[in-house]
Design a protein around this ligand. Structure first.
Ligand code: SF4
Ligand code: SF4
Length: 442
């Protein structure tokens, strides 16, 4: 098999061995699910239910009329107890609907199979994906129906499914490929029909050769889907690097994958789409890797969205006493968590509890201009300069040095021997620059 890759990038310790061989364990729904009204990139939702109301599993409970949005559905049947601000994985508080689980899992009557996707038009498929609240499951949470509707003047030539899972520790996509591979392929076929393409690519890092071989076997000679083995390197799973590795094409600066003729979707987004077509079930569950040396029994769980983090850690045998940091997502791009009452959202791919030796605590030293951050930057940027210009709020230089191309992968901070953490300043500078550019456009 040909191995695909890109320039730059880093090789952090993988720690996948903690969970890669652990089959997915289905957890019972908790007594209370907490469903935030912000679970995707786009508009915050409005509740469609009132306190005291009975809801069914799979019932739409919040939505928005904004284009960039996806509804949220109840992951259990039960009673709406309250709607109020609550802990959110972003670190800020966000409004959430609290539903007391009656333990009956009574299905909403609206949950019905969509049927044979081959008889559906692309707008019908996109409509079904939106109705089901599908968003990218890799963490970013971009509404799937928008990806399924590329602008009419753009042609999809590369439909790529992202099985890279390049973040250390995370193995949920790996396990989904091994355990739900048929559903991955079914969802991918739905997407191929939607885009009218007769070829698609399933990109998997070479540290998951068992998954690559398994998927190849399931294809059973079907050449319309090519399994691409990628060299193991971070951030191979970033959309731009995946497209570059598989197609050789670059996404132009400031543009979207579709501008390079590509669409990238996540592994579990495929299974979610397959489920919508076969059963009509909206997005109410997800697979979460619970790992890190601070977890007694690291594992992969299938959980209802809205389950609190503490329940997941308890199911993984509990936390060790000397945990120093809890992260939602991977250690490179994940978000540090401050309260274990926070609920799992659609984008929760992993929960990590890290010990002191897994966390960098060293004091920041002056920059030695060693340029290791430049060598490691997969976007070909100059992190040391961007960080300095951000500190000085020098917008002209930040624009000149393409700060908006930063994908916030954290490679520069990881390799810096002076522990400068350039990403911290770059992230702030990028946000301010984007805001300024938006204002200039008005
Ligand atoms: S890696 Fe760190 S010390 Fe080296 S040039 Fe970049 S910011 Fe400076
Ligand atoms: S500058 Fe941005 S893209 Fe480059 S290594 Fe740092 S975080 Fe990644």
């Amino acid at each position: 098999m040909k191995k695909y890759t890109f320039r730059g990038g880093i090789h952090p310790p993988e720690h996948k061995e903690l969970t890669e061989h652990k089959p997915i364990v289905k957890l019972d729904a908790p007594k209370m699910v907490i469903l935030p009204l912000r679970q995707h990139i786009g508009a915050t939702l409005e509740p469609l239910v009132k306190v005291g109301e009975h809801v069914y599993m799979g019932q739409k409970i919040a939505d928005s009329d904004q284009f960039v949005s996806a509804p949220v559905h109840s992951s259990v049947s039960g009673k709406v107890m309250k709607i109020e601000e609550y802990f959110h994985p972003s670190g800020m508080k966000a409004p959430a609907i609290f539903i007391e689980n009656d333990g009956k899992d009574e299905l909403d009557p609206s949950v019905k199979p969509i049927g044979d996707y081959r008889k559906l038009s692309p707008p019908d498929i996109a409509k079904a994906a939106r109705q089901a609240g599908l968003v990218g499951m890799g963490g970013a949470g971009f509404p799937t129906h928008i990806k399924l509707m590329p602008p009419k003047d753009k042609k999809v030539e590369y439909l790529i499914i992202n099985g890279a899972e390049c973040e250390p520790y995370l193995t949920s996509d790996h396990r989904v490929m091994l355990e739900e591979g048929e559903e991955v392929l079914y969802g991918l076929k739905v997407m191929m029909h939607n885009f009218g393409v007769d070829k698609a690519y399933l990109a998997i890092e070479e540290n998951k050769m068992d998954a690559a071989e398994h998927m190849q076997k399931l294809l059973n000679g079907d050449n319309s889907i090519e399994v691409c083995v990628l060299k193991t390197k971070y951030p191979q799973g970033s959309e731009k690097h995946l497209i570059k590795a598989v197609s050789g094409r670059e996404v132009p600066s400031g543009k979207l994958p579709i501008d390079a003729g590509a669409v990238v979707n996540n592994i579990d987004t495929c299974t979610a789409l397959a489920r919508v077509m076969k059963t009509g079930m909206p997005l109410i569950r997800r697979i979460v890797t619970v790992s890190g040396l601070g977890v007694k029994k690291p594992c992969n769980f299938e959980v209802r969205i809205g389950t609190d983090f503490q329940t997941l850690f308890d199911a993984a045998g509990g936390l060790k006493e000397d945990v120093k940091k809890v992260i939602m997502g991977g250690p490179m791009m994940g978000i540090a968590q401050y309260d274990l009452r926070t609920p799992v959202v659609k984008g929760t791919s992993g929960l990590l509890a890290l010990l002191e030796n897994e966390v960098i605590w060293e004091k920041e030293m002056p920059c030695t201009r060693c340029a290791k951050c430049v060598d490691g930057c997969p976007m070909g940027l100059m992190p040391l300069y961007l960080s300095a210009y951000s500190k000085k709020e020098d917008y002209d230089m930040m624009i000149k040095y393409h700060i908006t191309d930063c994908i916030e992968c954290g490679s520069c901070s990881y390799v810096c021997p002076s522990r400068k953490n350039p990403l911290q300043r770059i992230r702030i500078g990028k946000q301010l620059t984007m805001q300024r550019l938006r204002e200039q456009k008005k």
